[in-house]
Design a protein around this ligand. Structure first.
Ligand code: IMP
Length: 428
C-alpha cells in the first residue's frame, strides 16, 4: 500500500484536518512531517470539535497510530497538553498510539522568547509569526546547535545541554533585543520532567513507517501550513521555516521516493491568509465579511492557533496551478464550497497583467506578485448546499464553479466539502 500525502495548496487553513480525519478511516499510520504547534487542525465529529496543533488529526480515528516525524519542531508542553485534552475526550494516546521521531527538534521557552523578540525588532517588516518559537527552533537545527528529541533519553546530559542552551539564548535576548532573560534552572527542571514523560514515545519513525509500507500497510502523511508558506516555494520571506510541500513528507519522515501513491491537494474554494505578506486577490468590505464569518462558528475564518481574523479573497488559479506543480498533486479536494452560497457573482484570478502582457504563470513564482490580477466572473448560487451529499444535487452554478477550476488546473476534484462535519462531503 502506498504513502498518500495531504498538502495545503494555499497559505494554510485549507481544511486539511477534516480531510485527514476522513481518509484516516483507511490508514494505519497518520504522520505529521513538518512544522510544529503553529498549525491548527480542526475536526468536527458530531457535536465535538477537536482542535489539534501538534498531534496528527488522524488519531481521532481510533484504529490509527499517530506519528511525529523528524521534520517537526516539538514543544513538549503543548504535546503533553494535547495528550491530556484527548484523554479527557476519551481518546487514549499512549506510547502505543503515538510515536515521536528521535530526530525531531525540541522547542524550548527560549525559542518562544526569541520569536517574540525578533518579531518586535522587525517592526513594520514583521512576518506575523504565530509566536510559537518555530523559526528560532529551525534556526538552531540548521545551525547544528539544536536539541533533538533523542537527547531526552539521557536525563543528565539533557539537563546540562538545556541549561547551556537557555544561557546562550539569554545572552542574545539581553544584549541584542533588550529583553528579559529566562530562569535557566527552572526551564531545565520543567523540561527534565517532560523528558521523563515523553521517553516512552521516542521511536525510529523511518524504520517504523518503511516496514509498515513494505508490509502493505497504509500511511497517510498530514502536511501542516500550505504551499505558499513553504520556506523554499512560498512567498519568501513571509513564510514558515519548514517545507509543507509534498516532497517535505519524504525528508520529514525518513522515507525514500518509491512509496508515493496519491498527493491530495486541499484547496479552499476561496483564498485566506493569516500574518503578513502579499495577497493579490484579497478583498475587504462586505464580501470579506461574508467569506470570513463573524467568529461565532468554529469554522469561521479566525486563526485556530492565534485567534487572529484571517485575510480573505478570491480563489487564485495562478497560484493554485503553481502549487499543483511543486507538489505533484494527483487530485484536488475543494473545501468550504457552502461558504460561497448566496454571493451573486464569484471571481477567480486566472492570470496576472503587467502592461500589455498577461501571464498564466508567474515568471519567478509567488514572490513575483507585483502584478494586477486578471479575473473571470462566474455566476453564484442562492441555495444552501450544506445538506447536499451527491454531486448531481448541487446547483448547476456550483457544479460549474468546480468544473471550471478542474478545467483550468487539469486535475480532478474528487472531494468537495459543504460543511464542517465528517459526513458533509461530496465524493465523486
Ligand atoms: P511561524 O510558522 O509561526 O514562524 O509563522 C510564519 C508565517 O506562517 C506567519 O504568517 C503565520 O501566520 C503563518 N502560519 C504558520 N502556521 C500556520 C498555519 O498553520 N496556518 C496558517 N498560517 C500559518
Amino acid at each position: 500500500m502506498p504513502l498518500n500525502i495531504i498538502i495545503g495548496t494555499q497559505w494554510g487553513d485549507e481544511g486539511k484536518g477534516r480531510v485527514v480525519d476522513l481518509l484516516a478511516g483507511q490508514a494505519d499510520y497518520v504522520a505529521r512531517y513538518n512544522g510544529g504547534d503553529n498549525a491548527g487542525h480542526t475536526v468536527q465529529v458530531g457535536k465535538q470539535t477537536f482542535k489539534l496543533h501538534l498531534i496528527p488529526s488522524g488519531v481521532i480515528q481510533p484504529h490509527t497510530v499517530g506519528v511525529i516525524g523528524n521534520g517537526l519542531v516539538v514543544n513538549p508542553a503543548v504535546l503533553l497538553q494535547e495528550v491530556e485534552m484527548l484523554r479527557a475526550l476519551d481518546i487514549e494516546i499512549g506510547p502505543k498510539r503515538l510515536k515521536i521521531s528521535h530526530a525531531a527538534h525540541i522547542i524550548t521557552p527560549a525559542h518562544l522568547a526569541l520569536d517574540a523578540a525578533r518579531e518586535q525588532a522587525r517592526g513594520i517588516g514583521k512576518i506575523g509569526t504565530t509566536l510559537r518559537g518555530i523559526g528560532p527552533a529551525y534556526n538552531h537545527k540548521t545551525e547544528r546547535s539544536g536539541l533533538r528529541v533523542e537527547a531526552m533519553r539521557d536525563l543528565e546530559n539533557f539537563a546540562e545541554s538545556l541549561k547551556a542552551h537557555v544561557e546562550t539564548i539569554n545572552k542574545q535576548l539581553t544584549t541584542l533585543y533588550n529583553a528579559e532573560p529566562l530562569d535557566a534552572q527552572a526551564v531545565t527542571e520543567e523540561y527534565v520532567n517532560y523528558a521523563h514523560q515523553l521517553k516512552p514515545y521516542i521511536s525510529n519513525v523511518s524504520i517504523l513507517l518503511s516496514q509498515a509500507l513494505q508490509h502493505g500497510e497504509n500511511v497517510l502523511a498530514e502536511g501542516a501550513q500550505g504551499t505558499l508558506l513553504d520556506l523554499d516555494h512560498g512567498t519568501y520571506p513571509y513564510v514558515t521555516s519548514s517545507n509543507p510541500t509534498a516532497p517535505g513528507a519524504l525528508v520529514g519522515l525518513g522515507l525514500g521516493v518509491g512509496h508515493i501513491g496519491h498527493v491530495i491537494g486541499v484547496t479552499k474554494s476561496f483564498q485566506t491568509r493569516v500574518g503578513e505578506g502579499p495577497f493579490p486577490t484579497e478583498v475587504d468590505g462586505s464580501t470579506a465579511g461574508r467569506l470570513r464569518g463573524t467568529g461565532v462558528n468554529p469554522w469561521d475564518e479566525f486563526g485556530t492557533t492565534t485567534g487572529r481574523p484571517r485575510r480573505v479573497g478570491w480563489l487564485d488559479i495562478v497560484l493554485l496551478r503553481y502549487a499543483l506543480r511543486v507538489n505533484g498533486v494527483t487530485e484536488l479536494t475543494i473545501t468550504k464550497l457552502d461558504v460561497l452560497s448566496g454571493l451573486d457573482a464569484l471571481k477567480i484570478c486566472v492570470g496576472y497583467r503587467a502592461g500589455d502582457q498577461v501571464y498564466a504563470d508567474l515568471p519567478l513564482g509567488p514572490t513575483d506578485l507585483d502584478y494586477e490580477p486578471v479575473y473571470e466572473e462566474l455566476n453564484g448560487w442562492r441555495e444552501d448546499i450544506m445538506s447536499v451529499r451527491a454531486w448531481d444535487d448541487l446547483p448547476a452554478a456550483a457544479q460549474a464553479y468546480v468544473e471550471h477550476i478542474e478545467a483550468l488546473c487539469g486535475v480532478p476534484a474528487k472531494m468537495i466539502s459543504v460543511g464542517p462535519e465528517r459526513e458533509q462531503i461530496i465524493q465523486r
